[in-house]
Design a protein around this ligand. Structure first.
Ligand SMILES: Nc1ncnc2c1ncn2[C@@H]1O[C@H](COP(=O)(O)OP(=O)(O)OP(=O)(O)O)[C@@H](O)[C@H]1O
Ligand SMILES: Cc1cn([C@H]2C[C@H](O)[C@@H](COP(=O)(O)O)O2)c(=O)[nH]c1=O
Length: 197
């Protein structure tokens, strides 16, 4: 089973993902951007305010392809629980926002189209919900994406994704205390595991 954690920068995904290591030591934990050289290239683009947004999309997508073939598919074939901190929805939400003023008329549909031929959809996606102002303040605005106005566009893209596939997403209130968010997510993961056996 593939469970992904999604949300704005600073929503608390990594805090939850780290806590899940203790409650679910049997799982395979992974993330995007990855730690491969593709992920290193992605991180260079994130840190370059002048990076071309279409080039950045393709770097993220290359990292995703490698992530799928090297980590995600082998673990799923081995019947493991896989928990990923960010995955394809991050591209649909962030790069669609980054490309909103470009020549692409429907950036989200374009990005989904690129992925559809090769990706593997998550079984469930836990969306940690915080408002863009909280997200920007918590993340410290250290890169081009961590800006409240940009994150407002990303948030509305996530809402489109949730509206399109409400059965795949579980929304968790990320403005609760870290302990409450972790407890809520652990309950969700336990329920999903229980419903599988
Ligand atoms: N529920 C919470 N309430 C208040 N602060 C939180 C909460 N969860 C996490 N934080 C704090 O917010 C900051 C960002 O948390 P975290 O790194 O987990 O977010 P993230 O969603 O993984 O961010 P990014 O996508 O930018 O990596 C950290 O300083 C963390 O301690
Ligand atoms: C996977 C992915 C990530 N991003 C953005 C979101 C963040 O600002 C950075 C790095 O992610 P992290 O969780 O803070 O480590 O990259 C993106 O724009 N598109 C993506 O596909």
């Amino acid at each position: 089973m593939l469970i992904t954690l999604e949300g704005l920068d600073g929503s608390g995904k990594t805090t939850v993902w780290e806590a899940l290591h203790d409650s679910h030591p049997e799982a395979t934990f992974t993330r995007e951007p990855t730690e491969s050289w593709y992920g290193e290239a992605v991180n260079r683009a994130i840190d370059d305010d002048g990076a071309d947004p279409l080039a950045t999309l393709f770097l993220f997508t290359a990292d995703h392809a490698d992530h799928l073939s090297r980590t995600i598919r082998p673990a799923l074939e081995n019947d493991e629980l896989v928990i990923s901190d960010r995955y394809s929805d991050s591209r649909y939400a962030y790069q669609a926002a980054a490309l909103s003023g470009s020549d692409l008329t429907r950036p989200m549909e374009y990005i989904r189209g690129i992925h559809s031929a090769f990706t593997r959809e998550p079984d469930k996606t836990i969306y940690i919900d915080v408002d863009p102002e909280t997200a920007a303040a918590r993340s410290g605005s250290t890169n081009q994406f961590e800006d409240a106005a940009f994150l407002a566009q990303v948030e509305s893209n996530y809402e489109r994704l949730i509206d399109a596939e409400p059965e795949r997403f579980v929304r968790v209130d990320g403005t609760q205390s870290p302990e409450a968010v972790i407890d809520t997510v652990e309950d969700v993961v336990d329920r999903l595991r229980g419903s599988q056996s």
